[in-house]
Write a protein that binds this ligand. Structure first.
Ligand SMILES: [Zn+2]
Ligand SMILES: [Zn+2]
Length: 422
């Protein structure tokens, strides 16, 4: 029989990759606490409508990549392609604007996109992100960006930089959409098929197109901000400078989602090649209201954990996962005592492992060497008689010792301390 395999575009993560993911998640949780963000866990599956209405019907995520299907109840449901609409939905559903608490959330979870599987791109991938709802001030935008940069610094990542831009408010946008549409219609023959089909629905999307975007960014008319939007953007820049954040203004940064208003930003790394964005986000002042909630300005970002893991793979050294002690049973009469020692060590918070006490001494010692442990604790006939246990040093030339069982934990800890900090 042909053994079953994981679905195409889906994968298993194994150690040491899982260790890098955990490292990133732990660093995120620590820094989120420092900035007063609380965890929110959102469902993996939502009504597809949620993303169609918020992320945007004409966005790549929804139009080409959304993992949606009709379930047994004949509902059109989707595996979440991103977290922001889910958090906004939760905010409205639970009336969190009335809770009186700071509405600052972080999430860590898997997202899904049904795009063609290709090198380094999976249909299920991990994102972590924050959403800060209810604060219209430029200080909220600045905080979001500062937090993102502080987090990356904490992970030890190198070679990354932030780019920011402003997309203006709905007033600026409506005016600009008209100008841009006029320009695009005049030059429609030069656009790709996708863009030709959707410029009427959403002309801004063309700026984001992989084929047409680069040329348009040079030639198409630029958005001009209204007075309020300019002031807001200047304040964000000022605050970022106060926080000593390195950033560039990139007037061509558009972010391919419908709900963004005013500030948008991305963090990129030249080490990642053409898919250079690690994280991105922006302000979305109209999203909550468009979902039936109260007028709630908001800002947030998300970061691709898989991308960051690639970046960190060669720059960080992770803590060694090896057990400290490997218990070996050298005589079948010592089986139970060996098993008891193993448990005593673990109860004493010493990481310990074993292979199979019924195997030969040689085979168990081979496993001990492979395990990366510092010590082997050997229980044989002699030791059983003496109520003791032999300690063999696996990483140094030190001579084998015998320790009494009633001092097992204390002595083992002492020896491990000495071995690790000579
Ligand atoms: Zn404006
Ligand atoms: Zn195009």
């Amino acid at each position: 029989m042909e053994p079953l395999r994981a679905l195409r575009g889906f994968r298993d993560l194994l150690s040491p990759e899982t260790d890098i993911f955990s490292y990133i998640e732990n660093a995120a949780k620590e820094i989120f606490k420092v900035y007063s963000y609380n965890e929110i866990r959102i469902p993996t599956v939502e009504m597809a409508e949620l993303f169609i209405k918020s992320t945007g019907e004409t966005t790549d995520i929804v139009e080409k990549e959304m993992y949606s299907f009709i379930d047994a109840g004949k509902r059109n449901i989707a595996l979440r392609p991103e977290g922001t609409p889910c958090v906004a939905r939760a905010f409205v559903q639970h009336k969190l604007n009335l809770s009186g608490k700071n509405s600052k959330f972080f999430y860590i979870g898997n997202m899904f996109r049904a795009e063609r599987p290709q090198a380094g791109r999976f249909r299920e991938f991990e994102q972590l992100g924050i959403e800060y709802l209810g604060n219209p001030s430029a200080s909220a935008d600045a905080e979001a960006i500062i937090l993102l940069m502080a987090f990356l610094k904490k992970t030890g990542a190198k070679d990354y930089f932030a780019e920011i831009n402003s997309l203006g408010c709905s007033d600026c946008r409506e005016k600009y959409k008209k100008e841009l549409l006029e320009y695009l219609k005049k030059n429609a023959s030069e656009l790709c098929q996708w863009c030709q089909n959707r410029i009427e629905k959403n002309p801004l999307r063309a700026l984001d197109c992989k084929t047409d975007g680069p040329k348009l960014s040079l030639e198409a008319p630029k958005l001009s901000l209204c007075a309020d939007c300019s002031t807001h953007f200047e304040k964000v820049e000022e605050l970022l400078r106060i926080a000593k954040i390195d950033f560039k203004v990139n007037k061509n940064l558009v972010r391919g989602l419908d709900y963004y208003t005013r500030t948008v930003f991305e963090v990129k790394s030249s080490a990642l090649g053409s898919q250079d964005a690690i994280a991105g986000g922006g302000r979305y002042d109209n999203l909550v209201k468009s979902m039936g909630g109260q007028d709630t300005p908001a800002v947030g970002w998300s970061l691709g954990v898989d991308r960051l893991a690639i970046l960190l793979k060669d720059t960080i050294t992770l803590k060694n996962n090896s057990p400290k002690v490997f218990v070996v049973c050298a005589d079948k009469n010592a089986f139970n005592e060996s098993f008891k020692i193993l448990n005593d060590l673990r109860n004493g918070n010493i990481s310990a492992d074993f292979s199979n006490f019924e195997l030969s001494l040689r085979s168990q010692m081979r496993s001990a060497d492979k395990s990366g442990a510092t010590l082997a604790l050997i229980m044989g006939e002699e030791e059983l008689k003496n109520s003791s246990c032999s300690i063999k040093f696996l990483k140094s030339e030190e001579k084998q010792q015998e320790i009494p069982l009633n001092e097992l934990l204390k002595k083992t800890k002492n020896i491990l301390n000495k071995e690790n900090h000579p």
